[in-house]
Design a protein. Sequence first.
Length: 116
Amino acid sequence: MAHLTPSLLSMLGLNATGDLGPLSIYKSQRHKLVFYPRVPALNPPSALQKVNRSKWRIAAMQWTGLPEATRQLWETASKRACLKVTGYNLWIYYATTLDRRTIQTIENQSGIDLLP
């Protein structure tokens, strides 16, 4: 494993760590990015991992099932409330946590009704 200078990534403003395509990337103790070929997991996913992945998958499918106008409301509410997340991210948060109070706060800040 060789330390590579991530000049192209830095010029693009990326701080890449984790899996990116066929590579895995981490930051060494000397703050250099280390690239190596991505390898498959040694152990199968746990039951809890399967449950959580399923929850996220269902939330994403629900988002695509929403009418375009409703999705646009979530995007607009996110922008009006000056959030650093998209409407999709906000929906995924709500769909996976069912945190109505947070969404109601965003509704109040944006002036847009998101929940029935």
